[in-house]
Every structure is written in structure tokens, then in C-alpha cells.
Write a protein that binds this ligand. Structure first.
Ligand code: GLN
Length: 386
């Protein structure tokens, strides 16, 4: 007898990141699609992980995380953002930032509750809302790819419980500015039932001297927010799957109530290793913006010789590119040809919109060795789609 299951996510296929990485591998293409570095993180981090595994740190971590990592995160967010958090009441380490995002959504969303999602949006927000019986309300950015605060305001109803923000932004490479935070404050002050999920996993990659406007900087915003970050991005180790969430005590209590049953805790030895490096090698995270700005600039100067048009990313390790001068094909078709015929994989933008605006946009990941970027752009420059 076959089992018949009624899907909770009908209509959702495999994520575009998995689809494109697989296509890249099948065709031997240079993979600038799924976001991950092709270089290693600090040697000290890997040495410390091996050390902790060899020295008995292999049993369950406390459910909110191991004490040295909780302390190191607390010190880091105070020195970066001036936020004094209570690690015993406002912090939880999670197996990847995705788990932090899904738990924050589970905490706030009851059946029928509405969640505002700004499109284009990272792909896990909408399905997590649906899994909790919530209703995703997609609000497109402006034509300039900025958050449309007036549209968000009009989309609010008495059922709106959560607004999902993401800065620096994946997939656009944009970043919130001071004026955005002022607009957010106005939106929240009139709506006591509304919370914010602030996905800040690219927090250390903001370019051209700009500040990362973490919601942790402002006590009034912090009181209403789940702030999520990721060590995978910061330490070039996306496969380690360690992230964390900071939230006000009442929200964190509920977060832990769910987390203890869905995950219990994150990988212990890697948490100890991260604690060592966060404390002993601050120059790593403090130098990340300059490191990636250099990569962005190298990528942009190479791309200037191609038919793609780019306006420089403000943050993340992604660069949006407009292929309108090269082809009028749909983005899915275009990335397929780019992978198979040019030998370079990229991410199309349409999967990040509830309603496809039909723009000729693709996303490239520039977290790659210079040599990889050079080879990739050489292929892009030679690509003649027609
Ligand atoms: N965050 C990565 C990206 O945007 C993908 C992560 C994943 O594949 N789940 O490319």
C-alpha cells in the first residue's frame, strides 16, 4: 500500500539554490549561483574545532548554546552596536540561521495571522509562514529596489503580526539606511501587535564606509525585534550551520520553548570553536567589509567589459546584474543557457517574487577566489546569446 500525503507546501519545488548548484555541477559550469565561498575560513577556527572534538566537547550543548559562545556574542554585539543584551534571557544559538528564522516565525504566527514580506525576498520566509497557518502578504520594493514604506503601511491590517526585513539584502545586495529605520519606528509605534524579524546574516559585509543599521543599535527597535545572524557567512563556513537569534526576554522565552522540541541545541564542538575565534580573532569579522568590498570591486571592473549592467552592491557577497542588453529571454531560460552555453551559473530573480515583475535580472555570488572570478567573467564576456 502506498502512503498518500497531503503536502503542506503544495506548489513549492526544490529551492533555486539547489537547482542551480546541481545544474552547474552537471554541466561543469563555474558556480556563481548558490552563495558560498570557494575559499576557507581562518585556520584558527578549524584548528579550534578539531581541538574541541579531541578534548571532550562532544555532548549536548545547553539548549540556548554553550556559555563561552553566548558570552562572546554578547560582547561582540555590545562592541559593534552598543546593545547590552542579557545572554541568559535574550539569546539562542541555532543550527543555522534558517532555523532561527523559522522558529521566530513559529513564535509569532498563529493561523490566519498576516506577515509582511518585502519582495524580492529570500525564499524561506513565505513557506515558514504558511507552515504555521499564516498568510504571507508580499509587498514589492520600489522600482529602485528600496523598501516601500507607504505600501507596507497600507498593507497592514489588524491581523498583521510580523514584518520580515533583510539587510544587507539577499538577493539585491541593497542595505537599509537611517531613513528606513525612522520609517520602521513610525510603523511600529502605531501598531503594538507588530513585531519585526530582522535577517542580518550579512551584517559584516556593508561597503563604501556605510554603517550596518542593525536593529540592535536602537533600544526601541530591539524591543520589537528578532535579530538573526549567521556564522557560516562570517567565517566562510556555510556548511557548519550555526546561527543565532537575539530577541526581547518574553519573545525569547517562547522561542526557546519551541527550539527545545524542534532542535534542542546546536552542534557543541563547533560552538566552542566559534567562541574562541570570535574572542581571539576580532580582526576577522572587522575586516570582512574591506575583504568583500575588494572582491565586489574586482568583479565589477571585470563585468564592465561584458554586456551585463551592474550597479554596485551596498552589501552582501552578491551582485545583481541586468542582462537586458544581451537578451530578452525570461530569467529562468537565460540562466539555463548561461550555465550550459557560457559555463557560468547564476541565480534568476523571479523565484524571489510572489508576482514576477519580469525584469532581466540575475544574481552572481562574488565570494570566490580572484582567479575563479576572472575565469567566470571571461566566459560571460564571450557569451553571445543570439
Ligand atoms: N543563502 C544562500 C544563497 O542565497 C543559499 C542557502 C541555501 O542554499 N539554503 O545563495
Amino acid at each position: 500500500m502506498t502512503v498518500s500525503l497531503n503536502s503542506k507546501l503544495p506548489g513549492f519545488g526544490t529551492t533555486i539554490f539547489t537547482v542551480m548548484s546541481k545544474m552547474a555541477a552537471e554541466h561543469g559550469a563555474i558556480n556563481l549561483s548558490q552563495g558560498f565561498p570557494d575559499f576557507e575560513g581562518p585556520q584558527l577556527l578549524r584548528d579550534r574545532a578539531a581541538w574541541h572534538m579531541a578534548h571532550g566537547h562532544n555532548q549536548y550543548s545547553p539548549l540556548a548554546g554553550v556559555p563561552p559562545l553566548l558570552e562572546a556574542i554578547t560582547e561582540t554585539v555590545e562592541s559593534l552596536y552598543g546593545a547590552k543584551i542579557d545572554p541568559g534571557a535574550e539569546l539562542c544559538v541555532t543550527p543555522g540561521a534558517t532555523e532561527a528564522i523559522s522558529t521566530a516565525i513559529a513564535v509569532t504566527v498563529h493561523p490566519g495571522d498576516e506577515v509582511l514580506i518585502v519582495d524580492p525576498a529570500y525564499d524561506c520566509y513565505d513557506p515558514c509562514v504558511r507552515l504555521n497557518g499564516g498568510v504571507p502578504v508580499h509587498v514589492p520594493m520600489t522600482a529602485e529596489l528600496e523598501v516601500d514604506w507607504a505600501a507596507l503601511e497600507s498593507a497592514c491590517t489588524p491581523r498583521t503580526r510580523l514584518l520580515v526585513l533583510n539587510s544587507p539584502h539577499n538577493p539585491t545586495g541593497g542595505a537599509l539606511r537611517e531613513a528606513d529605520l525612522q520609517a520602521l519606528k513610525r510603523l511600529l509605534s502605531a501598531r503594538p501587535m507588530l513585531m519585526v524579524l530582522s535577517d542580518e546574516v550579512y551584517e559584516h559585509m556593508v561597503f563604501d564606509g556605510a554603517l550596518h543599521h542593525s536593529l540592535l543599535r536602537d533600544p526601541a527597535l530591539r524591543d520589537r525585534a528578532f535579530v538573526v545572524s549567521s556564522f557560516g557567512k562570517t567565517y566562510h563556513a556555510t556548511g557548519w550551520r550555526i546561527g543565532y537569534c537575539i530577541a526581547p526576554p518574553e519573545a525569547m522565552k517562547e522561542f526557546l520553548r519551541i527550539h527545545q522540541f524542534t532542535n534542542f541545541s546546536a552542534n557543541a564542538p563547533l560552538q566552542y570553536a566559534l567562541a574562541d575565534v570570535l574572542r581571539d580573532l576580532p580582526e576577522h569579522h572587522l575586516g570582512l567589509a574591506a575583504f568583500y568590498q575588494d572582491k565586489r570591486d574586482r568583479f565589477l571592473s571585470l563585468m564592465a567589459e561584458t554586456g551585463f549592467r551592474c550597479s554596485p552592491s551596498a552589501g552582501t557577497y552578491f551582485q545583481l546584474a541586468d542582462y537586458g542588453a544581451l537578451s530578452d529571454e525570461k530569467d529562468m531560460r537565460f540562466v539555463e543557457r548561461l550555465t550550459k552555453e557560457a559555463g557560468v551559473a547564476a541565480i534568476p530573480l523571479s523565484p524571489f517574487f510572489a508576482e514576477d515583475p519580469g525584469r532581466p535580472w540575475v544574481r552572481f555570488c562574488f565570494a570566490k577566489d580572484d582567479e575563479t572570478l576572472e575565469r567566470a567573467v571571461e566566459r560571460l564576456a564571450a557569451f553571445r546569446p543570439d
